[in-house]
Write a protein that binds this ligand. Sequence first.
Ligand SMILES: Cc1cc2nc3c(=O)[nH]c(=O)nc-3n(C[C@H](O)[C@H](O)[C@H](O)COP(=O)(O)O)c2cc1C
Length: 380
Amino acid sequence: MVDRPILKTALCEQLGIEYPILLAGMGNASGPELAAAVANAGGLGMLGATTLTPDELRGWIRKTRTLTDKPFGVDILMPEALPEGGDAQDLRAQLPAEHVAFIEHLKQLHGAANSKGRELPLTEAFVRSQFEVVLEEQVPIFATGLGIPDWVEKDAHAQNITIISLVGSVRAAQRVKDRGADIIVAQGHEAGGHTGRIGTMALVPQVIDAVGDTPVVAAGGIGDGRGVAAALAMGAAGAWIGTAFLATQEAFVDYIDLGLFDQATTDHYRQRLVDARSEDARIYRIFTGKTARALRNKFTDIWDASGMDTLPMPLQWTLVADLQHGMMEKGDPEFQAFFAGQAAGMIKEVKSAGDLVLELAHDTVDIFARQLPNGLVVGP
Ligand SMILES: Cc1cc2nc3c(=O)[nH]c(=O)nc-3n(C[C@H](O)[C@H](O)[C@H](O)COP(=O)(O)O)c2cc1C
């Protein structure tokens, strides 16, 4: 095995990275330790900052800079239709009585500790305050899922910040291109976290055709070198990978430090990933109010059996936060959102993130150089 195989696309030069392998900015998983490990191994590191306060985000950016001198980015979910302002209490006040009663019932029934989840208001004012930190700290790459609000482009481009936008359809791709996206991640249905309806193989070529010279990166279901090679063969400029990086030693650790997850929950999540079949990673609205792929668990089964409907984002997120926190304190991890994609079925062990980057690069090179399927005949 060559120590450092060569695998480059034009995207590598654009982003200042060695390999076209991008860590997805995953809330609850992609902290400074993981982002820096990926960056140091030659990929692009991303911080998943959606659930951080502005001060916490600033701390993470600075910590990442102590761990790597390579470029890295920040990812913040910015749904376009958010309430303008208000605090967590204002959002709670909008929760329907029936839903609040249901959650109270579950808390009693399952003995949830009477503790509060994060009081972060998912409002426009809040995500703007997070974005301000990206600008102030001069982070060179900014990624966002669920659209690009119209106030992002001017400030980002004034500072030469590269905007990466995640989309699940051709229409969304055209829209974010108009909103200033410099790189578009075409994320297929297989993906973990928020996801759309179109599979990666069908989506990526269509997005490439639709957005002209804007580079397109493939995401969703890419779990090994075969997936990376397939993405590049389709014309993608790189691969944006989430689920496979969850099964690494560096995932989650900074979230534990912030108290957003605890060690027992994380150990359980990692084991569930190793044990999971692809069928276990299903689409639910119960965690955030939008369709998101996560591992089936006790909470998803309870909700499905209840017949309750879900609330729109951000109300559903607000609704379930205390129950999840209370159950984590009680010591039952099975109420958390174990976001994961269908690639979970490919995870066999937990390894270091740097080893995973190198393995992906090596296996991709090997496929292009030597390992195309037996019996494949090509000619002019
Ligand atoms: C645990 C988890 C958390 C995620 N959180 C975010 C997020 O906060 N922001 C975002 O843009 N995408 C998020 N995603 C989606 C990823 O960015 C990415 O598109 C997806 O993981 C790619 O598909 P894969 O999981 O099959 O590799 C998340 C995915 C996972 C698995």
